[in-house]
Write a protein that binds this ligand. Structure first.
Ligand SMILES: *[C@@H]1O[C@H](CO)[C@@H](O)[C@H](O)[C@H]1NC(C)=O
Ligand SMILES: *[C@@H]1O[C@H](CO)[C@@H](O)[C@H](O)[C@H]1NC(C)=O
Ligand SMILES: *[C@@H]1O[C@H](CO)[C@@H](O)[C@H](O)[C@H]1NC(C)=O
Ligand SMILES: *[C@@H]1O[C@H](CO)[C@@H](O)[C@H](O)[C@H]1NC(C)=O
Ligand SMILES: *[C@@H]1O[C@H](CO)[C@@H](O)[C@H](O)[C@H]1NC(C)=O
Ligand SMILES: *[C@@H]1O[C@H](CO)[C@@H](O)[C@H](O)[C@H]1NC(C)=O
Length: 497
């Protein structure tokens, strides 16, 4: 017995197969943390601990320690065991070896496959892409994130959905692949590449239209040119041109089958033919020519009244003229007196309208006119017209006051005399009434009011045949002069002074 103990203590082969044990799970999944733990009966005796995999040393520790595979890979599968140098007695060490354990690291999920609904889609049509893989049933709770790439660029990153619906443009053609990755990023796998070629439909059926429709532009207003194509996909370059010179008004590139160009302030010079072009490949197409007509709205009509100094007399006839030289015909002109409509005149050729008025006292006031060609009525400035009683055509000269003297009458701006042939109280009554001088008093000779009329002054009336009720001498029947001289000139005296 003692001998046996001694042999055990001193003998070189004091190895005990079960002194060092190994603890290792049998199966793991990629990305798992796997711990290989070797321990002795008395870890304090461990001088050196070495871990082996498939016969190769993978780690060495100077004391008891476990070996950790933080992110397991299938390549970590293999047979693991440990060796240790154990202090046996004072300076005598023995080497112990554990049994070996096999670890199998399984794939968590296979590389995903990218499924594309069409590898030759038509531009703008939606394409669905899905990134498919599967998890083992005992790891079905693992969160996966999916990313989509094209030619090295990330198109969609880390979404929890493995499904994308995209409207692709021609520029989006290329090699696509997807990636599935665990939320902890411990395992990620890529699909194979799929080449997607997006097909562009060339433009056709270019059409130029306007707003307002039919190329009806109005000076000073906005005109919008609309260029559209019946078919075509992708980025299209639209441009607008004058048909006569080919001059470009502008161009726009957009992913649309329709584009607009605004002319904010139309001028008369914008009238003419226009066309637009559209291009999405290398062959531009052209629309038909659209004629633009520019209508000029009524603006600032001018009212004039045929009365010198805006002064007219009761009984006169005046003409009102309203003029809007530029307004696009036909123009409806309306005349107003103190904002009350007097009449409307439609002028097919535009230009100008005239309205005549036979004046009464009520026509005193302010006049204006309006021009309207359907593009907005415009009112002129107001023009005042003073309507007064006509100045007397009869006067008494050289008397003591205005109601007595030699009788003079005015014709065509000249003052002449009245012959006293048949001159009586009825005639004087009319003269006195006309002058507002009351009733007739005498029928004196004109000679009584010197000086006599000049030789050059005409005699206008030979005989006045008034019945006495006339308002003015001019209303009385008269006999044209044939032989009267100024020594026969008539005079008048009225009752008022
Ligand atoms: C456009 O105007 C031009 C001349 O002004 C005329 O010859 C042509 O017929 C017009 N085109 C259309 C479509 O009205
Ligand atoms: C007529 O109407 C305009 C505005 O509508 C006003 O400015 C003007 O004073 C009016 N004139 C008269 C005489 O009423
Ligand atoms: C002129 O036209 C206006 C509007 O159309 C109307 O109100 C007015 O009565 C017309 N004037 C006359 C004198 O007919
Ligand atoms: C005419 O217009 C003037 C100012 O524009 C105003 O002072 C005057 O009262 C108006 N006359 C009438 C009759 O409305
Ligand atoms: C109208 O004319 C008369 C006579 O000339 C003058 O006395 C009056 O002041 C004028 N009225 C206006 C509003 O101009
Ligand atoms: C007087 O003459 C005026 C104008 O000619 C006429 O209107 C009127 O009836 C006459 N009166 C008599 C009483 O003859």
């Amino acid at each position: 017995m003692l001998l046996w103990l001694l042999l055990l203590a001193l003998g070189p082969a004091g190895v005990r197969p079960d002194w060092l044990s190994i603890d290792l799970q049998r199966y793991a999944y990629e990305g798992d943390r796997v711990v290989v733990r070797c321990s002795g009966e008395d870890n304090g005796k461990i001088r050196r601990l070495m871990y082996y995999k498939d016969g190769s040393r993978i780690a060495t520790y100077s004391s008891a320690s476990s070996y950790t595979i933080s992110n397991a890979r299938p390549s970590d599968s293999g047979s693991y065991y440990c060796k240790t140098d154990r202090q046996k007695f004072l300076f005598i060490d023995v080497t112990e070896e554990s049994s070996s354990r096999r670890l199998t690291v399984q794939e968590l999920f296979p590389a995903p496959s990218l499924t594309v609904s069409s590898l030759h889609p038509i531009e703008e049509n939606s394409v669905t892409l899905s990134c498919d893989t599967r998890l083992p049933s005992d790891r079905s709770w693992t969160q996966l994130q999916y990313s989509l790439f094209r030619d090295g660029h990330t198109i969609k990153s880390q979404s929890s959905s493995n499904f994308w619906t995209l409207a692709l443009w021609k520029e989006d053609s290329g090699n696509y692949w997807c990636e599935a990755m665990t939320a902890s990023r411990s395992v990620s796998k890529r699909s194979r590449q799929s080449n997607i070629q997006v097909h562009r439909i060339p433009v056709s059926g270019a059409l130029l239209e306007t707003q307002p429709q039919g190329g009806q532009a109005v000076e000073g207003k906005m005109l919008v040119f609309v260029c559209s194509v019946a078919e075509g996909t992708g980025e299209t370059t639209f441009s607008w041109h004058r048909a006569d010179t080919g001059e470009s008004l502008g161009s726009k590139s957009q992913r649309s089958r329709r584009s607009e160009l605004e002319i904010p302030d139309v001028r008369e010079s914008h009238a003419g033919g226009y066309y637009c072009t559209a291009e999405n490949t290398h062959s531009p197409i052209r629309s038909e020519v659209l004629n633009i007509t520019v209508k000029i709205p009524a603006s600032h009509p001018v009212l004039t009244i045929s009365a010198p100094e805006a002064q007219a007399f009761i009984g006169d006839t005046v003409e009102l003229h309203c003029e809007d030289k530029r307004a696009h015909p036909p123009v409806l002109y309306s005349f107003y007196h103190n904002n009350v409509s007097l009449g409307n005149i439609s002028v097919p050729s535009g230009g100008r309208a005239s309205f005549s008025l036979s004046l009464t006292r009520e026509h005193f006031g302010n006049y204006s006119c309006e021009a309207d060609n359907g593009l907005g009525a415009q009112r002129s400035e107001e023009v005042a017209l003073n309507v007064t009683d006509p100045p007397p055509k009869t006067r008494l000269v050289n008397g003591a006051h205005r109601c007595e003297g030699r009788v003079e009458v005015q014709q065509a701006g000249r003052w002449g005399t009245v012959c006293d042939d048949g001159w009586d109280m009825k005639d004087v009554a009319v003269v006195c009434r006309e002058l507002g001088c009351g009733a007739a008093k005498h029928t004196p000779a004109g000679m009584l009011y010197p000086p006599m009329a000049e030789e050059t002054q005409p005699v206008f009336i030979q005989v006045a045949l008034c019945n006495g009720t006339e308002e003015a001498l001019a209303e009385c029947e008269q006999v044209e002069t044939f032989d009267c001289e100024h020594d026969e000139d008539a005079g008048a005296v009225c009752e008022d002074v």
